[in-house]
Design a protein around this ligand. Structure first.
Ligand SMILES: Nc1ncnc2c1ncn2[C@@H]1O[C@H](COP(=O)(O)OP(=O)(O)OP(=O)(O)O)[C@@H](O)[C@H]1O
Ligand SMILES: [Mg+2]
Length: 252
């Protein structure tokens, strides 16, 4: 694998029944950078994150994480790889019956031998980094949508993963929260020198954080590169998408 590439989809094909979602889909994820995946609703963006996290297997092609093909790994090996990756879901999936603090502590309690006093300290740090330390003892039902999302991030980062996958982190939030969360993703990445992959429909937020952009269209990545280059792309599909125009090659 090329230097600086932490994960890679290589010529992936994936179909659900008759519906081919990905075909000839190749995407490198550069280490230490934020890669944003854009594309129409239903294009397969969340599916790409699930492939990188080993939750979904391709019908064909390969998914590499740190030079290792995760598609043909034994369960125990895959679990080891998955411990270095965190997927923050499109809909924050905190458990209703646990406090925010206990939700964030879950990956530490389940996957590490960390002593309880240390767990509490690390959970507080994680909640502080998303501005939610004061809500440690609150139940999810007592939190707003934006707070739930931030709580989901706190849980995603608590194990200090090398690779964080954010699925639509800003969808459904007010513009100020969008700005805050975008800044938070950038800070979290810098602090841990980690790598992030973000799927989003929120162009201002993408332009703010993306080092690399990838556009998914009809199963394949049709444009990929440094954010500035993709924004200037002369590909009419990319242009139409970024302009949000209903006139162009994208079938509406
Ligand atoms: N487990 C599954 N079983 C059947 N079809 C699925 C499954 N998961 C995803 N799909 C289909 O795959 C396609 C891609 O879904 P995906 O959720 O990856 O899209 P997306 O780009 O994330 O869309 P959005 O922007 O709306 O979140 C959709 O047509 C969806 O219905
Ligand atoms: Mg999605």
């Amino acid at each position: 694998m090329a230097d600086g590439v932490i994960a890679r989809l290589d010529d992936v094909r994936l179909a659900f029944g008759e519906r081919v979602v990905l075909e000839h889909c190749t995407l490198p994820i550069v280490e230490g950078a934020i890669t944003c995946i854009i594309g129409l609703s239903g294009a397969g963006k969340s599916t790409i994150l699930r492939l990188i996290d080993g939750l979904t297997k391709p019908d064909d092609g390969h998914v590499y994480v740190r030079d290792r093909d995760i598609c043909h790994m034994r369960e125990t090996e895959l679990n080891d790889v998955r411990r270095s990756i965190s997927l923050s879901f499109q809909f924050a999936a905190l458990l209703d019956s646990l406090t925010l603090g206990d939700n964030v502590a879950l990956p530490l309690r389940e996957n590490t031998p960390m002593p309880e006093a240390e767990v509490r300290k690390v959970v507080v740090e994680s909640l502080e980094s998303v501005g939610l330390a004061y809500a440690y003892d609150n139940l999810p039902a007592e939190l707003s949508g934006g707070m739930l999302k931030r709580g989901g991030f706190a849980r995603a980062i608590v194990t200090s993963p090398q690779l964080i996958l954010y699925d639509e982190p800003t969808t459904g939030l007010d513009p100020i929260s969008v700005h805050l969360i975008t800044g938070m993703i950038m800070r979290l990445r810098e602090r841990a020198n980690g790598t992030a992959v973000v799927t989003s429909h929120d162009l201002p937020s993408i332009y703010m954080m993306a080092d690399y952009m990838a556009m998914l269209f009809e199963g394949a990545i049709i444009a990929y590169g440094p954010s500035e280059e993709v924004r200037r792309s002369e590909n009419p599909i990319v242009q139409q998408f970024l302009e949000g125009s209903d006139v162009g090659p994208i079938p509406i």
